[in-house]
Design a protein around this ligand. Structure first.
Ligand code: ATP
Length: 575
């Protein structure tokens, strides 16, 4: 396929506010793609060169892009900056300044050029990257330049999520019924490009053959929530009770001496946690294994575990060695997904756990999470109290005979936290879909409140649930405004359902965590809206921190969860 054609599709996607039209356009695009192109087309549409677990970053900043445009179009950088100030969009800036006809490059050619750019490292890499990008601009038409410019700085703004691609893929082969099978493969390899390519080249037969493989992150299992220990036992009977640690989820893939680590949203984090990588090499009795757990910073002297706000300092790109000495990690492992040729995801929890315990050598860094088996609610309650006293988040109850539910949130794992009077027991993750400029004091930051939405997987849409105007510090408001303006779009995104009009709409990309006093019924929001038009809303929402870079938009809480929480708040809760 010609890159120009792909840009035409991008343009159509950008124009629509209708969800079904968006699916149709995407399905049309996939139908038209060859086996050679389809993976590249999917990655490019999602603003990436490869799935995030490869950790391949293009490494072009706004500044470098300005220089490349300047070089390619023989325009002084000052003039490029001026055009940018005027258009507010690097894409339109590149489009306006580029007067070439282009060489009608193919998707493959552009993709390869961009990949070369990403792979350049070491001395002089900045100049080399600018050179390559400038050359690429010289070979394309204005419209193509627009999308290349947006792509290289991560601002394509199409807002195409993984579920959106899955749905469109199923539509493109004219059979939506096949979506669960595509999803199964996706849950096991987290690579939509690979699945689409397999589908095109080998058909559903090929897709059905996907299995767990070291090196391909498995989409992580998540917890449902209940509000009392009695409910838990009633729901799943005798259960394994574990501490809920508040740190980073890590999925480790060990292939002999080669260890890779992946985060909650399946980004490659190997370089960030050298002690875990080392620990996996030295202290696991296995040649190949996939193990999951939670990593937390701790006080080496007292053994005390640090809260999330401290552990988060370990998430960094530089100064990693020094930080690992200053804030060493403990890695509490809680699941085994693969071991030396055997897929453990299908095996019952207790069997996975026993096997996991048996392959860990005694060491300072890796240890199994605290766990005991009980069918007595009062024991769970006692343990919850002691866990909270020790600064842990709560407990996780696990169904003893359940397989590992890749990519699913269900009652095989149930979290229980303590609820406080006048507050919801749990925080809520919402996706930012737009913002309001604000009045008075706030007006000076340019952002007064955010429009937050929860996710509805059934329709792949974000339904609004709250306006959030508090919980941010002054400098955070300023940073938020800048980040949101970078992903601003002309109109409501087709995956967003809202009756409120935001002052500025944005691509659904960022998630924030909010606390609220309660959930109420409200006609102002679309989450869980009934026939009378009454939805659910958060009362007194406040953000508990800045953007959750570890969460994708689809990791926001779901509409179903909001309704469950609404129903649970009516019941007596623990604590
Ligand atoms: P949260 O914001 O609470 O992390 P979440 O949506 O990311 O929510 P949940 O499904 O609520 O995830 O809880 C599962 C998370 O809890 C896991 O991603 C993991 O990081 C963490 N966790 C801590 N201890 C455990 C444990 N013993 N077993 C499973 N998960 C645990």
């Amino acid at each position: 396929m010609k890159f120009k054609k792909l840009c035409e599709y991008f343009e159509r996607l950008e124009e629509t506010t209708k969800r079904l039209v968006m699916f149709d356009i995407l399905a049309g695009l996939f139908k038209e793609a060859s086996g050679e192109d389809i993976d590249k087309i999917i990655y490019l549409s999602q603003g990436q060169l490869l799935p995030p677990f490869h950790g391949l970053e293009i490494g072009i900043s706004e500044k470098l892009l300005i220089r490349a445009i300047s070089d390619a179009t023989d325009t002084p950088t000052k003039k490029v900056e001026q055009t940018f100030r005027h258009t507010g969009d690097m894409g339109r800036t590149a489009e306006e300044l580029n007067k070439r006809k282009g060489y009608d490059l193919t998707v493959k050619q552009v993709y390869e050029e961009l990949t070369d750019m990403a792979q350049i490292g070491g001395a002089g890499s900045v100049e080399k990257k600018i050179g390559l990008l400038s050359n690429l601009f010289k070979g394309v038409s204005p419209k193509e330049a627009k999308y290349i410019a947006r792509f290289v700085i991560g601002r394509l703004r199409l807002g195409i999520g993984d579920p959106t691609v899955l749905e469109a893929l199923a539509l493109s082969i004219g059979n939506r019924e096949l979506r669960p099978e595509l999803e199964r493969a996706y849950n096991l390899c987290s690579d939509l490009g690979l699945i689409a390519k397999t589908l095109l080249e080998k058909g559903m037969e090929g897709v059905r053959k996907f299995k767990v493989q070291v090196g391909y992150p498995i989409r992580m299992a998540l917890c449902e929530r209940l509000s009392s220990s009695e409910d838990i036992i009633q729901k799943i009977g005798k259960a394994a009770i574990e501490a809920k640690y508040d740190g980073f989820r890590v999925q480790c893939h060990k292939d002999d001496e080669n260890v890779e680590l992946f985060s909650r949203n399946l980004e490659r984090t190997t370089h960030m946690f050298p002690e875990i990588t080392m620990g996996m090499k030295k202290n696991i009795n296995a040649k190949k294994a996939i193990i999951e757990g939670e990593a937390l910073a701790y006080n080496e002297g007292t053994g005390e575990l640090f809260p999330f706000q401290v552990t988060i300092q370990r998430k960094r790109k530089h100064g990693i060695e020094e930080m690992s000495k200053e804030l060493p990690l403990k890695f509490f492992v809680f699941d085994l997904l693969y071991l030396d040729g055997v897929d453990y995801t299908e095996k019952p929890f207790l069997e996975r756990r026993r096997k996991l315990e048996s392959i860990i050598k005694k060491n300072e860094i890796i240890e199994p999470s605290e766990m005991f088996v009980t069918d007595d609610p009062s024991e769970i309650f006692k343990y919850l109290e002691s866990a909270i006293e020790r600064g842990l988040e709560g407990v996780v109850a696990k169904r003893l005979d359940a397989p590992y539910s890749a990519g699913a949130r269900n009652f095989n794992w149930i979290k229980l936290k303590r609820s406080y009077k006048g507050e919801l027991a749990d925080t809520i993750d919402v996706c930012i879909t737009g913002y309001f400029r604000g009045k008075g004091m706030r007006a000076k930051f340019g952002v007064g409140a955010l429009l937050g939405a929860v996710y509805e997987p059934e329709t792949d849409t974000f339904k609004t649930v709250s306006k959030i105007g508090s919980g941010f510090k002054e400098d955070e408001f300023i940073e938020l405004k800048k980040m949101l303006d970078e992903i601003a779009i002309k109109h409501r995104h087709p995956r967003v359902d809202s009756v409120i009009d935001a002052d500025v709409w944005v691509e659904p990309r960022y998630v924030i965590t909010v606390m609220a006093d309660e959930i109420t019924r409200s006609p102002a929001h679309t989450a869980g809206r009934d026939k009378e038009g009454i939805g659910y809303a958060l009362r007194f929402p406040r953000s508990t921190g800045f953007i959750r870079f570890d969460k994708k938009p689809e990791d926001a809480n779901t509409v179903k969860e909001i309704i469950e929480m609404f129903n649970q708040q009516k019941q007596v809760s623990v604590g």
